[in-house]
Write a protein that binds this ligand. Structure first.
Ligand code: NAP
Ligand code: F7E
Length: 324
């Protein structure tokens, strides 16, 4: 039987790299959309490069998306590409809207032009809930985004549903809560903490400066979460699902577990710095993934403690190597 083919936008990112691994294990032909850059940034996919087909393209450029789909002839498109860092969305709100919001319409239009049978996954986010109207949050919780990133993702979410309803496309949105890993970007709070733990342990840094320690997040492991993306596209009908662990912790609690792992007391190193507070905060996220559990049979496998351990151990080893 011919192999299934998938296009992943955002393949150089955290989720793109885990999803590519997962689909390759399922014997897919995997095509990754790569935007042109003067330096290569294939760090997260270098171990997969001889198994992947990389296609040049950009969510800002309609023609490149059509060409990518004509080249790959995919059965499935996973749209993970985005300007995904919330603070940067206040610094570059227009660019965030273009990539994270309108980029989705460009891809949906590219699918309509090329092959309407292509199944489409959109990377929606718990940032849609923002100033949460109820806790825990599920598929029926009203949205209240709190950043240009969240607002862009709200547009992306609704345009996905609109194309499903207008054109009968198989388009799904996964409302994923925060998910982390040793491949998380260094600017996000979890990896910022585990990387700092490693640098402090090796005597390179003396402190870690953070913003709001009271915010709560429902943190899962990225490797578990990408499986839910695939499951959504294997169903008989398209739908939207919350993907979360059902546990919430403060940034303070994350610090405690991460520093503990390295035998350090977080209170000796963490300094609160106003520069890292946001113009508007998302105070509490806690997801109810009952629908995904019932319909997709999806459940997270990696515990919070295990995930923090993975991240701290990875960063301790990485910093040790860098300091050799
Ligand atoms: P990430 O590590 O920041 O990766 C983002 C990816 O998007 C990178 O590959 C980046 O490419 C690509 N990209 C940026 N601008 C682009 C453009 N103009 N055209 C094409 N690609 C572009 O993000 P992630 O954590 O893997 O998240 C994946 C997706 O899920 C994102 O849409 C994010 O908003 C969403 N999401 C993430 C979480 C989470 O907790 N991680 C939760 C919910 C939803 P470069 O390498 O070239 O920059
Ligand atoms: O912040 C607080 C900060 O940047 C988490 C993206 O993947 O998940 C991510 O968005 C919390 C916030 O992630 C620092 O105020 C305190 O309350 O790790 P983060 P995020 O904003 O939740 C969602 C689901 C996405 O969709 C996004 O794409 O931590 N915080 N001190 C800090 N945050 C950062 N970055 N740096 C600090 O120093």
């Amino acid at each position: 039987m011919a192999k299934k083919r998938a296009v992943i936008t955002g393949i150089t990112g955290q989720d793109g790299s885990y999803l590519a691994e997962f689909l390759l294990e399922k014997d897919y032909e995997v095509f990754g959309l790569i935007r042109r850059s003067s330096t290569v940034n294939f760090e997260r996919i270098s171990h997969l490069q001889d198994k992947l087909e990389l296609i040049s393209g950009d969510l800002l450029d309609q023609k490149s998306l059509v060409t990518a789909l004509q080249t790959a002839k995919p059965h499935e498109v996973y749209n993970l590409g985005a300007q995904s860092f919330v603070p940067a969305s206040w610094e570059q709100p227009m660019l965030t809207g273009e990539i994270t919001g309108l980029g989705v319409t460009r891809m949906l239009e590219a699918i309509r032009t090329t092959d309407e049978e292509i199944r489409f996954y959109q990377a929606s986010t718990s940032e849609l809930f923002g100033k949460a109207q109820e806790t825990p949050q599920s598929e029926t919780t009203p949205f209240y985004p709190r950043s240009p990133y969240g607002v862009s993702k709200l547009y992306a979410h609704w345009i996905t549903i609109n194309y499903r309803e207008s054109f009968d496309m198989f388009a799904c949105a996964g409302i994923l809560f925060n998910h982390e890993s040793p491949r998380r970007g260094l600017e996000f709070v979890t990896r910022k903490i585990t990387h700092a733990v490693a640098r402090i342990k090796h005597g390179i840094d003396e402190e870690l400066r953070l913003g709001n320690l009271d915010a709560r997040r429902d943190w899962g492991f990225a490797g578990d979460f990408v499986q839910a993306m695939w499951l959504m596209l294997q169903q008989d009908k398209p739908d939207d699902f919350v993907i979360a662990t059902g546990e919430t912790r403060t940034i303070r609690e994350f610090c405690q577990v991460a520093f503990d792992r390295a035998g350090l007391d977080w209170e000796n190193y963490v300094v609160v710095d106003e520069r890292f507070f946001r113009p508007a905060e998302v105070n509490i996220l806690l997801g109810d993934a009952a629908k995904a559990s019932e319909t997709l049979g999806w459940k997270p496998e990696t515990s919070f403690e295990k995930m923090v351990q993975l991240m701290v151990d990875h960063d301790l080893e990485m910093v040790a190597k860098q300091s050799e």
